[in-house]
Every structure is written in C-alpha cells, then in structure tokens.
Design a protein around this ligand. Structure first.
Ligand SMILES: Nc1ncnc2c1ncn2[C@@H]1O[C@H](COP(=O)(O)OP(=O)(O)OP(=O)(O)O)[C@@H](O)[C@H]1O
Ligand SMILES: [Mg+2]
Length: 260
C-alpha cells in the first residue's frame, strides 16, 4: 500500500490500492488531557473499518479531528493522498467525507423530506443530471424512509432518526462515510436493518469508518477493527483477531461497557 501511495500521481482522483484515509501520529490534547496519543491507522478504500474502545477513549475526538471540527495538536491526515488536517469542515465535506453524529443532529420540527432536501441543497459541487427533489427522494428510498417522507422528525423513533441522519450524510455523496454509534438506542430489528444497510453501502462502493459499541454489528460488518484505550491504539486487526486479543479483552471486550 505504501509503495502504491508513493508512486501515485499528484492531484485528486482515485489511487488504486492506496488507503482512502491515512492517519499518522495523530494527537489531540484538551488542556492536560491527551484524548488522542500518537494514533496511526489506515482505512482501506472500499472497506468497513471499525473503531472501538471504552467510553472516553477518544473515538469521537478522532472523528472530530478528521472532519475538521477540531484541529489536531500534532500529526497528519491524508484523504485520498492529500493532507486535510486542520482544514475547515466544509472543505473536508467538499472533498468527500460525510458523517453522522453520536448525538443526532436533525431539524426536529421539519419533515423527513425537508431534512434531506436541505442537505441535498448543500452539495459538494459538480453538475447534476437529477433535480434536488429527485436526489432527496432517492436518498429516502435508499434509507427506507419514503413512507415517512411527510412526517415531522419529532414523530420518528430512534432507528428512523438514525437512518435519516445517514440519508443526510449521504446527500453530499461522500467517498468516505463516518458513522458515530449508528446503532445506539436501536432494537434488534432495527439493528438487523442497519447491518444490511451498511453492507449494501459498501457494495455500492462507499468506504465506511464506523464507531460502535454494539459488538454484534461490529463483528458482523467490519473488515478491520482498531481499538483505542485512553487515546492509544492498543490493537488493530481482523474481527477474529480482535475478539481473541488479550489486551483488548482486558481493556474493553471483557467489560460491561462493550454491550456485546
Ligand atoms: N471538546 C472537549 N473538551 C474537553 N474534553 C473533551 C472534549 N471532547 C472530548 N473530551 C474528552 O476527551 C476524552 C475522549 O472523549 P471522546 O468523546 O472522544 O470519547 P469516545 O471514545 O467517543 O467515548 P464514548 O464511547 O463515550 O462516546 C474524554 O475524556 C472526553 O471527556
Ligand atoms: Mg463518542
């Protein structure tokens, strides 16, 4: 992978075999707290890559740094081979990174359709063959919300709200989609649906970077998993390796917090 990245031509566009996202020696301090401590990882293009770890281990902070909500204290982030650390959020969205939030962010007094339509109207550029309305309708279809299109968001259940967040994140047509605890608050049926949705998005060509505590989901969809503990990456590997990693079991999987 490293050789392919070095040999790649400069400029935008897909680079075969290179990771879509490369995080190198990333740290972020909050006063005296080191929320991320020298974290390096690479998200392969087309993969579902999961980030797990105990509460407060730095997972959301990592997403916030990648999406420009927070500046890194030190370290580099390459998206499609280009440095993005410290760039503004709108610039990062324009380049092709979308996200959902751990604490759902929706316009609760607006309809489902209008929430998606607003997101579709702030695209990352380029000519569009389809109208904004058609694109919004397609996203509702993709996320299974067509029947709820005229409903106010305040009347949706948790699972529907999380799906609407995903529809809004997909409106910018991201190459990389960051999902921060998409299964939080979901029942078993909704979880099954989410598992299928993530698999389908990957089949459609998206790369997914997933933070999640629900181990059924992580082990069911992830190609690769990295584990944070107190801001350090303590392990990375395939699901089977992570499940049997003694350090991970002691720090996280063996605890109640893992909600396995
Ligand atoms: N804006 C901030 N200011 C100060 N401290 C922060 C800030 N954001 C996060 N922290 C601290 O950084 C550490 C990592 O927090 P973070 O939210 O990244 O954890 P997390 O792994 O996402 O946890 P959870 O699983 O509970 O969502 C915590 O100690 C948290 O209190
Ligand atoms: Mg978090």
């Amino acid at each position: 992978m490293a050789a392919a990245a070095r040999g790649a031509p400069p400029g935008p566009g897909p680079v075969s075999d290179a990771p879509i996202l490369a995080i190198r020696n990333l740290s972020r301090n909050f006063g005296g707290l080191r929320a991320l401590d020298d974290v390096s990882l690479e998200v392969p293009r087309g993969a579902v890559f999961a980030l797990i770890g105990p509460n407060g281990s730095g997972k959301t902070t990592l997403f916030n740094v990648v999406t420009g909500t927070l500046a890194p204290t030190s370290g580099t982030i390459l998206f499609q081979g280009e440095p993005i650390a410290g760039a503004k959020t709108h610039e990062i969205v324009r380049r092709g990174i979308g996200r959902t939030f751990q604490n759902i962010r929706l316009f609760t007094r607006m309809s489902v359709f209008d929430n998606v339509w607003v997101a579709v109207r702030t695209p990352r550029g380029g000519d569009r063959a389809r109208s904004e309305t058609e694109r919004a309708e397609a996203l509702l279809e993709l996320t299974g919300l067509t029947a709820k299109r005229n409903e106010l968001v305040e009347n949706l259940n948790f699972g529907e709200r999380r799906r609407l967040e995903m529809a809004r994140a997909l409106a910018t047509e991201p190459r990389l989609l960051l999902l921060d605890e998409p299964a939080a608050g979901m029942g078993a049926l909704e979880l099954e649906r989410l598992t299928q949705d993530i698999r389908r998005l990957r089949e459609l060509g998206a790369t997914i970077f997933l933070i999640e505590h629900t181990m059924d989901l992580v082990m069911g969809v992830a190609d690769r998993i990295a584990v944070l503990n107190f801001g350090h990456k303590i392990a990375e590997g395939a699901p089977g390796e992570i499940q049997t990693n003694q350090r991970v079991i002691e720090a996280y999987l063996g605890r109640e917090g893992s909600r396995a």
